[in-house]
Design a protein around this ligand. Sequence first.
Ligand code: HEC
Length: 321
Amino acid sequence: MSKLGTGKINRLIAHFSLPGFLSQPSVAASLLKAAPILTPKLGQAESGSSGSQFPKTTALFGAGASGFLGCATIAYASDEAEHGLDCPSYPWPHISILSSYDHSSIRRGHQVYQQVCASCHSMSLISYRDLVGVAYAEEETKAMAAEIEVVDGPSDEGKMFTRPGKVSDRLPQPYTNEQAARFANGGAYPPDLSLITKARHNGQNYVFALLTGYHDYPAGVTIRDELHYNPYFPGGAIVMPKMLNDGAVEYEDGTPATEAQMGKDVVTFLSWAAEPEMEERKLMGLKWIFVLSLVLLQAGYYRRMRWSVLISRKLVLDVVN
Ligand code: HEC
């Protein structure tokens, strides 16, 4: 028995469509009027035919879909203003569900970070020991940590003192506080890079496109002298100058240090920093899929071979005898 009146349908449409023009009942009603073929049984809903359900569902679905498309177009238009020029999807070697990070790339990326980016950007969530077994051997990491000076204390005499770094120390901060960082960078704050590939829209693709996307200004565009034109940065003008120029570092494994190579390596390093547990996570996912597929097989067996006897049996209550 279908008892749906026009008012009810309108409310349903308002409920199912995305917040937008369709959520106004009057618009929904005019839509239904405009498409009489979709609502053949309106008004005589008591007729009891279940056939009228199908066109109504179709109408609801169509209305919802057009609301969704409307919103998607608006979202796309605002995307460039909010996130900068849409960046390409690069074929990262670690992106598929079965692949791990390229660890020699992480090692090279750390070298790029250390030699190029660390003078402005901190990575305060990463300590030296995180790199052990990922990009460096323990001895190498210890030697690297020992090169920095860390303020520690207070000592027994109540004074702060400096000591060589240990593997448990975090990577050093380039500036003591945000004000110092802004003062040195023309008012702009170089963000901490520990989680940057998670913190930005389209993370790693964006950071790669940003680092390699510096251009001369297009004709007709003027920006302040201390800014640099980069269409991938929201607004198009960024304080950070182009940092990756061919040969900016010399890789110890002999890889040619081109701009794109350094960009790829440093972004791989940053992706690892933001999600060091990725390999573990994928491995765990595979184990679960394996175990659950065994459970599924077993459930199938029980359903088919054991329960089917119970499901298909017939109980007869014989009241006469
Ligand atoms: C000379 C200092 C300096 C160096 C060196 C530097 N940056 Fe920056 N970076 C900045 C500043 C300043 C900003 C903030 C820009 C702004 O707000 O206009 C920034 C912003 C960024 C952003 C964030 C953009 C956003 O969407 O907010 C990323 C990512 C970034 N830098 C990555 C790097 C990487 C990777 C390197 C090394 C290859 C590097 N930077 C080297 C100064 C620097």
